[in-house]
Design a protein around this ligand. Structure first.
Ligand SMILES: Nc1ncnc2c1ncn2[C@@H]1O[C@H](COP(=O)(O)OP(=O)(O)O)[C@@H](O)[C@H]1O
Ligand SMILES: [Mg+2]
Length: 318
């Protein structure tokens, strides 16, 4: 059974905004799916549809076979949902909040205490366990909110911008937790983010959204070969004869586009045989950023996109 199955799902808000437009997707159990796109792409609306907080205008979805539009409480029982704005109780401490929400999910007080202590430690909140939530920073709230939804060991996690507002170290921590949940417990993760750099570190597959439409989906290597095939090779060398590759080196650096890594040894051989000394060769594969902008290039020229945090190119030195 699919963990998540979405078929031609659409949502038009009163007022006419078509936030999600005929979206179809399926996720296998244990996948960490990155649902990516700038603000306004329709990510949060999709999460609200998948968790029964909104009813679709047309189309349907299933979470482990359950229709969230018909049985939202059954979807909630097997899901953990972290939204951008964590709703918890300011006048309770971090630990009291966890004990409260654990009780709501039917955990025994002893079990809940044990799990809370371990999650607080894992999310580096042990020192803040007895502080009131009103004294928590945004990042601490976000991490506590993640601890809260992990108490009942959900089969699927919906994470809507879980690392926005977190410093890089805390974001890293949250990501390693997400990765290990998927790896060790087989938790399925539906991760919405506009932070492409983080997504590339965490996810096993991606869906790229723009204005309610799914532009493409696949693993990074599938997206690379479908949308941005080729590799950029950077060479640092001296004594390269002018015009060897039809272009003059910039200083001692030469940048060449090739169809794949298999062309690199031949390039280096040609340079050496032409009398050049080669000091460094690196192959740059297209990042998610490159892929996204390649897909939206035409649209971007017409109309600027919302904020989208991007990644440095992935570089593999030879
Ligand atoms: N309650 C609402 N009423 C009307 N339009 C909305 C509502 N919520 C979101 N939208 C619109 O739907 C589109 C998608 O929003 P959203 O799903 O929040 O995108 P994202 O999470 O990718 O930023 C945006 O154009 C947004 O303005
Ligand atoms: Mg959103």
């Amino acid at each position: 059974m699919n963990a998540i199955l979405i078929e031609k799902l659409s949502k038009t808000y009163p007022g006419g905004c078509r936030a999600v437009d005929s979206l179809s997707l399926s996720l296998e159990p244990g996948e960490v799916f990155g649902f990516l796109g700038p603000n306004g792409a329709g990510k949060t609306t999709t999460v609200k549809l998948l968790t029964g907080m909104l009813a679709p205008t047309s189309g349907s979805s299933r979470v482990f076979g359950i229709d969230p539009a018909k049985a939202p409480e059954q979807v909630h029982a097997l899901s953990g949902i972290v939204t951008e704005h964590a709703q918890m109780y300011d006048h309770l401490t971090g630990l009291e909040n966890l004990l409260f929400f654990g009780a709501v999910f039917g955990l025994s007080p002893a079990d809940c205490k044990k799990k809370s202590a371990s999650l607080l430690e894992r999310l580096e909140l042990s020192d803040a366990a007895d502080k009131k939530l009103s004294a928590y920073s945004t990042g601490m709230r976000q991490r506590l909110s993640l601890a809260r939804v992990l108490l009942h060991e959900p089969r699927v996690l919906f994470l809507d911008e879980p690392t926005s507002g977190l410093d890089p170290e805390s974001a890293q921590n949250v990501h390693s937790l997400i990765r290990s949940l998927a790896r060790e417990q087989g938790t399925t993760v539906f991760l919405c983010t506009h932070q492409l750099r983080y997504a590339q570190e965490v996810c096993t597959r991606y869906g790229l959204m723009e204005k309610g439409t799914l532009l493409a989906e696949g693993t990074l290597s599938e997206l690379r070969s479908r949308i941005c095939p080729g590799v950029t090779v950077k060479l640092r060398a001296s004594g390269v004869p002018a015009g060897l590759f039809g272009q003059a080196p910039k200083g001692d650096t030469l940048e060449l586009a090739v169809s794949g890594e298999q062309e690199i040894p031949g390039l280096v051989r040609r340079m050496v045989e032409a009398g050049a000394d080669v000091y460094h060769v690196s192959a740059q594969l297209p990042s998610l950023e490159d892929i996204y902008f390649q897909l939206t290039a035409k649209e971007t020229k017409k109309q600027p996109q919302g904020p989208l945090e991007t990644a440095p190119k992935q570089e593999g030195s030879l």
